[in-house]
Design a protein around this ligand. Structure first.
Ligand SMILES: *[C@@H]1O[C@H](CO)[C@@H](O)[C@H](O)[C@H]1NC(C)=O
Ligand SMILES: *[C@@H]1O[C@H](CO)[C@@H](O)[C@H](O)[C@H]1NC(C)=O
Ligand SMILES: *[C@@H]1O[C@H](CO)[C@@H](O)[C@H](O)[C@H]1NC(C)=O
Ligand SMILES: *[C@@H]1O[C@H](CO)[C@@H](O)[C@H](O)[C@H]1NC(C)=O
Ligand SMILES: *[C@@H]1O[C@H](CO)[C@@H](O)[C@H](O)[C@H]1NC(C)=O
Ligand SMILES: *[C@@H]1O[C@H](CO)[C@@H](O)[C@H](O)[C@H]1NC(C)=O
Ligand SMILES: *[C@@H]1O[C@H](CO)[C@@H](O)[C@H](O)[C@H]1NC(C)=O
Ligand SMILES: *[C@@H]1O[C@H](CO)[C@@H](O)[C@H](O)[C@H]1NC(C)=O
Ligand SMILES: *[C@@H]1O[C@H](CO)[C@@H](O)[C@H](O)[C@H]1NC(C)=O
Ligand SMILES: *[C@@H]1O[C@H](CO)[C@@H](O)[C@H](O)[C@H]1NC(C)=O
Length: 384
């Protein structure tokens, strides 16, 4: 009798402890502090209620954002990513937050600083306003910050200088203003710096010379002053340089034109370039030098760039004849003073779209209009 009782008791203890281990080892969970912080973050972002009763946020396929309708169909963006390797695979910490295109109406949350393992944040395309919170300066482990297309304002805080591992900073299409802090020269891990379409002023600080890992640098549509810095020519990995209506003036330093890995050189609405730069890159795909006061001929080397797809030289004062057989897929020569006879079988048979309008070409009378060629007012001789 007693033997049976003890045997049953022992059996019961073994079974319960077995299930206890089973359930705990099977369910790592988000750290309680971070679960709490996530609620605060949601409130600051303007998410009316974040339904955390759906399950652990680390294991949801996508966050259920109560009252917020995502405006992109089928979007994998709204999510958080956790690292659950802490405490013998029992505790998770949030490492990435993506809340894109979600019409969030609030502010940037200072409470993000409570997520001590956070590395990436992407809050692009919302309606967030206000400035970058001071508290963010205490997150130097961040590697990726993307805040594009919101209504954010104020200066870029110099406190970001401690972000030694920051590889990407994108604040395009906001209302940020002020100078680029000298301290940004300390962000030497940056591979992408995107500041376009804001109201930045002042010249680019000389400390940026240290950002030699940059592959993408976009500052179009701002109100910077000064000239294109020489040191950009030392960013040997640079692939994309966007300087459209940036406020900067030319010339293009020789060292910049010599960058070997440039795929996109995009410059417009600038003075002081005056003559065609000698571009070395054999991987150039898009070359825009529009409305930059260039005069003289188009150098013939440009027609033999092997992967050039798009060439925009419109609204300059270029002269001379086009000695070419092949033009890039998209070619804009609009608004120059180019001359000479347009030869059928040369540009005309090409599959390219070419805009020759507002130039000084002459046309053989046999020439037919083609839909891939804009010839409107391309000739002063035969101006129909
Ligand atoms: C949260 O989600 C669960 C499961 O989807 C649902 O049953 C519950 O009503 C939701 N709570 C709120 C407050 O929306
Ligand atoms: C945690 O999980 C990983 C992968 O599932 C495993 O390789 C590792 O051994 C686990 N660590 C501990 C302490 O259980
Ligand atoms: C940067 O990354 C390295 C290597 O992963 C790490 O040791 C270091 O602590 C990180 N620095 C910061 C400020 O997070
Ligand atoms: C943008 O933010 C400013 C305050 O910084 C506010 O006055 C303005 O109404 C906001 N605009 C929109 C469209 O939300
Ligand atoms: C950061 O940059 C500033 C200004 O360029 C410089 O004086 C300072 O020494 C730098 N700090 C670090 C930690 O590199
Ligand atoms: C751009 O900055 C200059 C001073 O450098 C100022 O005179 C001008 O008004 C600014 N333009 C705009 C559109 O803010
Ligand atoms: C470019 O780098 C070289 C070698 O590091 C340096 O001597 C030179 O001063 C740099 N040029 C500019 C304009 O910063
Ligand atoms: C230029 O690009 C090539 C091919 O992607 C790469 O191997 C090389 O390291 C790059 N050069 C520099 C200076 O980054
Ligand atoms: C534009 O180029 C002409 C030469 O064609 C030059 O005389 C003039 O100074 C340039 N304008 C500016 C603003 O650089
Ligand atoms: C352009 O640069 C190449 C080397 O990249 C050089 O061989 C050529 O002479 C230069 N042309 C002019 C007109 O400076």
């Amino acid at each position: 009798m007693w033997v049976v009782f003890w045997a049953l008791l022992l059996f019961f203890i073994i079974i319960t402890s077995f299930f206890a281990t089973l359930t705990t080892s099977a369910s790592p969970a988000l750290h309680a502090d971070e679960l709490h912080a996530l609620g605060e973050i949601a409130t600051t972002l303007g998410i009316k209620r974040l339904n955390l009763s759906d399950g652990d946020p680390c294991f949801l396929e996508t966050l259920k954002l109560g009252g917020v309708v995502s405006n992109v169909v089928n979007m994998p963006f709204n999510n958080i990513v956790c690292d659950c390797s802490f405490n013998n695979n029992m505790t998770c910490h949030i490492t990435e937050i993506f809340l894109k295109s979600t019409s969030l109406p609030g502010k940037l949350p200072p409470e993000l600083a409570k997520l001590r393992y956070l590395q990436k944040i992407d809050l692009c395309r919302n309606y967030l306003s206000g400035s970058i919170p001071m508290e963010w300066a205490s997150m130097p482990h961040l590697t990726f910050i993307s805040l594009c297309a919101n209504n954010l304002s104020g200066p870029l805080p110099p406190g970001l200088q401690n972000f030694k591992n920051l590889t990407f900073l994108g604040v395009e299409a906001n209302q940020f203003s002020g100078h680029i802090p000298d301290e940004f020269g300390n962000l030497t891990s940056l591979t992408g710096l995107e500041l376009a379409s804001n109201q930045f002023t002042g010249s680019l600080p000389s400390s940026l010379a240290r950002l030699v890992n940059l592959e993408i640098f976009r500052i179009s549509d701002n109100n910077f002053s000064g000239i294109i810095p020489e040191y950009i020519g030392n960013w040997s990995r640079l692939q994309r340089l966007d300087l459209q209506a940036s406020g900067l003036k030319g010339p293009i330093p020789d060292a910049v034109a010599r960058l070997e890995n440039l795929t996109n050189l995009i410059i417009s609405d600038m003075t002081g370039i005056n003559s065609f730069p000698n571009i070395s890159s054999q991987v150039i795909q898009n070359l825009i030098l529009r409305n930059v006061n260039m005069s003289g001929p188009i150098p013939s080397y440009i027609w033999s760039k092997p992967v050039l797809r798009s060439l925009d030289l419109s609204f300059n004062k270029l002269t001379g004849v086009l000695g070419i057989n092949l033009v890039p897929k998209l070619t804009y020569l609009t608004g120059n003073m180019l001359s000479g006879e347009i030869k059928s079988g040369v540009y005309l048979n090409s599959k390219s779209n070419i805009d020759l309008s507002y130039n000084n070409f002459s046309w053989p009378s046999s020439c037919q209009e083609r839909s891939n060629i804009n010839t409107y007012r391309s000739s002063y001789l035969n101006n129909t």
